[in-house]
Design a protein around this ligand. Structure first.
Ligand code: WTA
Length: 651
């Protein structure tokens, strides 16, 4: 990696937006002064600050040591015992929340269900008993490959209740991706559905599970929810319908308390070396962080209807569809399908119908809506909204302003939240009643989070200059390790900047101390808010018999943030052409999922490489973006290869 991120600062945005007096007055943190008091308290004694946040949860046994930090391994609330599922459910049953809606769900075809806290608790207890009967025990890993239906949350909470760890695999991923994740986590149980609805069609999930499990002999049981109703094959002795497994199970379940450091979940995220990383989160610290950030950043109140559009297959769905809101006793809207199905105003129609008050989505979705114009949202009554949020990638000021005006009616603050799968919860974000927003900036680290922009040696970068985004102190929601690969964990996050957690992102600080995140400094491509590994895509391409070599880079894309360009060298004898382009795109989609399908494939007789044989992706990125390469090219082995790539080519 180069000494400094090769990211140039493009966003120069001076406007600020303050929350209205009415919003601030009602907010949990309602003034710059209140924010500063919180920050000061946290800075003075961060561990004590987090202990106070942790005490807002229900603990069956108090911790004896709040933080055990043996660089780079952290343990939080050591000796404490709690149950994540009890904190999200049972805790709310003693008072008026018992009969409040926990989940309001809508399927893509328009079917809806509402589960109160009491009902959700009941479903989780039944399913926890069912899983126990199937053999799931504390310490196991259970893979969850589900559409966005209430049972996805039920499964997560039931697995957590037992002290097992869930590994949710995004249902848009292919059977190969599922297989790799099941094997890496050594999951012995899988929870899935016959299918899910997406863009008016059925995604055949059970069929993908069957394909994956052909190579996962250790899996003992598969629980299958009937959602879409098409025929599926059920393997005798291994596969069981959810409704059969649940039949006759008691609706009471006595939850054991688990260690604060008991694994809660593994979630795979792309790494620059290709092999997905199993990010491991544990119970007490993660839940503390998710609950605290959800309450303050979304300013959650008892009567809010909170809609986070993320799928539970991503970390945003873990922290802000399931654990954060439910730990706060909030009402969550959950939606199964695609944003533009059946029409481009599905989201706005749903916001109006369910009277959504807080709406949290991705910049890529907002940019897609901007393209469609204001006509669609304007036709719906969005007056219930009081707060908007974004996550997943930097939001360009134009999209921010459109969101503010067209969706928020100019009255809703926007929280631009920066965080990662690895951080567990939000790290840098406005507090909506207190922090003036600048479009395109995630503003400041939350109280309790010590983020900084530094150079390779860990020295603060000059104000206004780009640098590496790091976190200087452990925080409760941080990943504990990469599952099964502690050395990779150290190497990936704690070896690049001395003494700090390195996020992999570049950022700059402005004169007001606001953070402007500039994107990844490594090879990972962020397509529509999803991090994809170039190496994974390359290996999918090279797996095709006609391909000799492949290099994949991101190119700027107005809609998705980044698109995927693949440079491919074919085997001798294979001829380039549109058929091969289609074949290769299809091969990637099959190996990884449609999200990873390259937008462009360019054929090359050779790729630019260093003398040691490393492909110079930096140069390819410039070619893909159509800009001149300014950086060092002295290590390039064959200049003509680069020149030939720059020549126009049919796509
Ligand atoms: C990017 C998603 C700018 C960033 C929660 C980060 C952002 C990666 C923002 C994590 C934001 C996320 N502004 N960039 N508000 N939020 N990112 O693991 O590059 O899927 O490192 O977690 O997304 O993506 P992940």
């Amino acid at each position: 990696m180069a000494n400094e991120p090769t990211i140039t600062t493009l966003l120069k945005e001076g406007r600020t937006f303050k929350p209205s007096a009415a919003f601030a007055k009602a907010a949990h943190v309602g003034s710059a002064k209140a924010w500063e008091a919180l920050r000061k308290a946290a800075a003075k004694d961060p561990v004590r600050f987090w202990e106070a946040r942790a005490r807002e949860l229900r603990w069956e046994k108090p911790w004896s040591k709040a933080l055990d930090w043996k660089f780079p391994f952290a343990k939080w609330f050591v000796g404490g015992k709690l149950n994540a599922s009890v904190n999200c459910l049972d805790r709310h049953l003693d008072g008026p929340r018992a009969n409040k809606a926990a989940l309001i769900w809508e399927g893509e075809p328009g079917d809806t269900r509402t589960l109160t806290y009491r009902q959700l608790h009941r479903e989780v207890c039944v399913f926890a008993n069912a899983l126990t009967a199937l053999g799931v025990k504390a310490g196991d890993r259970v893979a969850v490959y589900m559409p966005m239906v209430p049972e996805a949350a039920v499964a997560m909470l039931a697995i957590a209740r037992l002290g097992a760890a869930h590994s949710v695999v995004f249902a848009g991923f292919s059977s190969e991706a599922l297989r790799d994740r099941i094997l890496d986590a050594d999951a012995r149980f899988v929870v899935t559905a016959d299918g899910g609805w997406r863009k008016g069609a059925v995604v055949p999930l059970k069929a993908a599970v069957d394909e994956a499990l052909a190579q996962c002999p250790a899996v003992q049981k598969v629980v299958v929810l009937r959602r879409t109703g098409q025929g599926v094959s059920m393997k005798e002795g291994r596969d069981v319908w959810w409704h059969d497994a649940a039949a006759g199970m008691p609706a009471r379940h006595r939850a054991a308390a688990h260690d604060a450091e008991n694994p809660l979940f593994i979630l795979y995220t792309s790494g620059s070396t290709g092999k997905p990383k199993g990010v491991l989160h544990t119970t007490g610290g993660y839940l503390t962080h998710a609950a605290y950030t959800c309450r303050l950043v979304f300013d959650l109140k008892e009567d809010d209807v909170f809609w986070c559009t993320a799928d539970v297959g991503w970390v945003t769905g873990h922290s802000y569809v399931v654990y954060g809101p439910l730990a706060n006793g909030a009402t969550v809207l959950m939606y199964e399908g695609a944003p533009m199905t059946p029409g481009p105003d599905r989201f706005w129609e749903m916001i109006a119908r369910h009277r959504v008050t807080v709406f949290y989505t991705a910049p890529t979705a907002i940019r897609a809506f901007v393209r469609l114009g204001a006509g669609h949202p304007d036709r719906h009554d969005l007056s219930s909204l009081r707060l908007l949020g974004t996550v997943g990638e930097p939001i360009n000021p134009e999209a921010w302003l459109w969101y503010h005006k067209t969706i928020g009616g100019g009255r809703c603050p926007i929280v631009d939240t920066w965080w990662q799968t690895e951080t567990g919860g939000i790290m840098i974000s406005p507090l909506p009643g207190a922090t003036p927003a600048k479009p395109g900036s995630a503003t400041k680290p939350l109280p309790g989070i010590e983020a900084a922009v530094v150079d390779r040696q860990g020295r603060p970068a000059a104000k206004g200059a780009g640098g590496l985004l790091v976190v200087r102190r452990p925080w409760p929601g941080m990943l504990r390790t990469i599952y099964g690969a502690p050395e990779r964990y150290r190497e990936q996050y704690f070896s690049q900047v001395p003494g700090c957690y390195f996020t992999g992102d570049g950022a700059r600080l402005d004169a007001d101390g606001y953070f402007w995140v500039l994107g990844r400094v490594d090879d990972v491509i962020n397509v529509a808010g999803h991090r994809l590994s170039t190496m994974e895509i390359e290996s999918a391409l090279v797996g095709h018999p006609k391909v000799a070599e492949a290099a994949v880079v991101g190119h700027p894309d107005d809609l998705k943030g980044q698109g995927i360009t693949a440079f491919v060298t074919l085997q001798s004898g294979a001829a380039a052409g549109p058929d091969v382009v289609d074949e290769l795109k299809g091969a990637v989609a099959k190996a990884i999922g449609a999200i990873a399908r390259p937008d462009r494939i360019r054929f090359a007789d050779a790729l630019p490489k260093t003398r040691s044989g490393k492909i110079m992706r930096r140069l390819l990125r410039d070619v893909a973006a159509g800009v001149e390469s300014k950086g060092d090219t002295t290590t390039l082995e064959d200049f003509s290869a680069l020149a030939r790539l720059r020549a126009p080519q049919e796509e």
